[in-house]
Design a protein around this ligand. Structure first.
Ligand code: SAM
Length: 290
């Protein structure tokens, strides 16, 4: 079943990247269908205003509940200005089969979480949300309808989400500890991470199970031809043809990189006794060198 994504924004043109590259190709393959909606269609005054000053004072403007409420009603029901909106891909994409398809590897998605609740998932990008993770991307790659509410200014009147919880499952999510100008880029970030995990978009599940975060660790470095480039050589073991040694080197490179850059991830990673021994030896070596 295809995933339907609806995005509501006051800058619909900002969402044009949905039509390109793998997202555009997923639209062509009918794995994905996308509707982008201009919030101002639901504004009722002559100036099509979508924001007002905040209660309690303070700087900036807050996006109005009446406008967002009407937009989210229509988007959930595919009615009014939200009916029959479908982005088309920017350019025809190559329909060459991917390596996995050529090798006859079965496409397998992530396990569906038992979801008795059929309400669409409303994702609200906000720096005050819970952090978006790869585990969220895996879970949401099974959704049938995701709606993004892209805020601007100081954000959206909070009552919009309390009210939306009657017809959506609502999640306020942050893509990182920094503040963007609007939610559009965050919506694209989340959509890319989710859509690439749908079977048939990127290839087989195996091909992204080695990505950073999928096993709780960062992925190690990658190399391609030529063997020597500007005096720099590819690690010898990768040329050995010995799959076991290559796998061991990759695991250790991944552990090493995670320890150096994101040691916090090691606390919850699934580590074997061999992994732990490698990390201890590596740490001892490092402390001797310092
Ligand atoms: N006043 C808000 C706060 O301090 O939490 C910041 C509003 S920000 C200027 C405007 C919009 O950008 C937000 O409504 C949200 O849609 C988006 N945004 C900014 N930073 C974000 C982040 N780290 N993750 C997700 N969305 C973000």
């Amino acid at each position: 079943m295809a995933l339907r994504i609806d995005v509501v924004s006051i800058f619909p043109e900002y969402l044009d990247p949905f039509r390109h590259a793998l997202l555009g190709k997923a639209i062509e393959q009918q794995i994905l269908s996308v509707g982008v909606h201009d919030l101002r269609q639901w504004a009722s005054d002559n100036h099509k205003s979508v924001d007002d000053s905040p209660y309690g004072g303070g700087p900036g403007m807050v996006m109005k509940a009446e406008v967002w409420g009407a937009a989210l009603d229509d988007v959930a029901a595919h009615t009014g200005p939200a009916a029959d909106k479908h982005l088309v891909s920017a350019t025809p994409h190559l329909s060459r089969p991917r390596h996995d398809a050529l090798q006859g590897i079965e496409q397998v998605g992530y396990p569906e979480h038992s979801q008795a609740d059929e309400r669409p998932l409303l994702l609200v990008p906000t720096p005050a949300g819970t952090p978006f993770t790869q585990a969220d991307a895996q879970a949401w790659s099974n959704e049938q309808h995701i709606v993004f509410a892209c805020g601007r200014y100081e954000g959206i009147d909070q009552r919009v989400f309390e009210d939306a919880a009657r017809r959506y499952r609502v999640r306020e999510v942050s893509i990182g500890d920094y503040v963007l100008i609007g939610g559009e880029v965050a919506a694209l970030v989340i959509a890319e991470a989710v859509v690439r995990l749908i079977p048939g978009v990127l290839g087989n599940r195996q091909s992204h199970e080695e990505d950073s975060f999928s096993d709780g660790l960062l992925e190690g470095p990658s190399y391609s031809k030529p063997r020597q480039w500007r005096g720099l050589a590819v690690p010898e073991v990768l040329l050995s043809g010995n799959h076991q040694l290559v796998a061991q080197w990759r695991r250790q490179a991944s552990l090493q990189r995670t320890l150096e850059r994101r040691p916090d991830l090691l606390d919850s990673a699934d580590l074997s006794a061999e992994d732990v021994a490698f990390l201890q030896t590596y740490q001892q070596q490092r402390s001797k060198e310092q």
